[in-house]
Design a protein around this ligand. Structure first.
Ligand SMILES: Nc1ncnc2c1ncn2[C@@H]1O[C@H](COP(=O)(O)OP(=O)(O)OP(=O)(O)O)[C@@H](O)[C@H]1O
Ligand SMILES: [Mg+2]
Length: 350
């Protein structure tokens, strides 16, 4: 069994799989809230003991003894890690290691501890003969140790530690056949932030963490409708974007034509900015599709809103649907498991 464990700031998700000749068979998918379900959620108040309690409880409910788990893969979130494709001069591995360490320091928020890096040489650069393309993943020792301590305190023997954007990519490339041309935009909308990945065959890999998540949606509904956190959250899950967006353009409040900028516009604007940046730096802008995952993807009206504002075909990805064994499980909100599945897949690749 390979256990993919996605330690979110709101919900812990697990996906366990078994490697088969044909690919992967899913054994289980389950989740557990980290905060108290009946109280207003405050990401600042989520601390290590709460994560440990939620993880232990989830394991207990799913009949998994952490001490017996041999293959666990976890992920470090996009805020704390850097994933970059870099073009550099071809050089011996040792020099490349120091050069990449220096490079990494530019991209991760340093916290007084050293940078921990991992890199993979993709191959020669298509345009410049003496250069190579390198995939660089980095975080700090402080972040990594904190993560490993958490796992140990839950009773696990830590295994592979991946990063969330790579897990998203692994899930996608496992679930879908990617056309030869064009780019796919993956967007995992979590409670606190959203991970964006631009990916395509032979294309520059790009990822960015957008600091908007479901928590911001709920706060916006709270303010606009003068509701408690829990009521606002319920309304948002039931009615979706229409809970705060005016339905008709002839709405009197907006008669002067100045539509109020909403949290949804902010999200769309951040996606737009990222895609513009990508197009500017790579010269590529053939965005085929935006695929949403994460717990918030199911918010009613969100897919249509993003699609209409950005004019790119948008859909929610169900990462579990093509897996063997899925017919025996009942999983609600499957898009929430995109990262957990990607982590489990990673465990089967090495
Ligand atoms: N059916 C649903 N419709 C809309 N939102 C939902 C639904 N179910 C859960 N959510 C929201 O999804 C969020 C949790 O999603 P997810 O598990 O992806 O977040 P997380 O990984 O814990 O957060 P982060 O990635 O920011 O650390 C919460 O904000 C929750 O309110
Ligand atoms: Mg998450």
């Amino acid at each position: 069994m390979i256990l993919g464990l996605d330690i979110g700031r709101h919900t812990i998700k697990l996906v366990s799989v078994e490697k088969t000749k044909e690919g992967f068979k899913i054994l289980d998918a389950a989740s557990r809230l980290v905060p108290d379900a009946n109280r207003a959620y405050d990401p600042e108040k989520i601390d290590k003991p709460m994560w440990i309690m939620a993880i232990k409880e989830l394991m207990r409910l799913q009949g998994i003894n952490p001490k017996r788990v041999k293959n666990i893969v976890t992920g470090i979130g996009g805020v704390h890690a850097s994933v970059k494709q870099i073009t550099t001069l071809d050089m011996p591995t040792e020099e490349l290691h120091s050069s990449m360490t220096l490079e990494a320091r530019k991209h991760i928020p340093m916290d007084g501890t050293d940078a921990v890096i991992d890199f993979e040489i993709f191959g020669p650069n298509a345009r410049e003969v003496d250069k190579i393309d390198v995939g660089l993943v980095a975080c700090t020792k402080g972040i990594l140790n904190h993560h490993l301590d958490l796992l140990k305190e839950c009773g696990f023997k830590p295994g592979i530690v991946d990063v969330e954007p790579i897990a998203m990519t692994n899930t996608f490339s496992h679930a879908k056949d990617m056309p030869e041309d064009g780019l796919v935009v993956l967007l995992d909308i979590g409670a606190v932030s959203s991970g964006l990945v631009v990916w395509g065959h032979q294309q520059q890999y790009f990822t960015r963490d957008i600091q908007i998540g479901g928590h911001d949606f709920v706060k916006a509904v709270m303010d606009k409708k003068d509701l408690s956190y829990i009521d606002a959250q319920d309304l948002l899950q039931k009615e979706g974007l229409s809970a705060i967006l005016s339905q008709s353009t002839s709405d009197h409040e907006n008669a002067i034509g100045l539509a109020e900028r909403t949290v949804f516009d902010n999200l769309v604007e951040d996606i737009r900015r990222s895609l513009r940046f990508y197009a500017k730096t790579t010269g590529q802008s053939f965005f085929l599709k935006i695929l949403l995952s994460g717990g918030v993807a199911e918010t009613p009206g969100l897919v249509d809103y993003i699609q209409s504002k950005l004019n790119v075909d948008t859909a929610i990805i169900n990462p579990l649907e093509s897996l063997a064994g899925i017919e025996e499980l009942e999983v609600s909100n499957p898009s929430q498991y995109a990262i957990a599945l990607g982590l489990a897949i990673r465990g089967g690749l090495s």
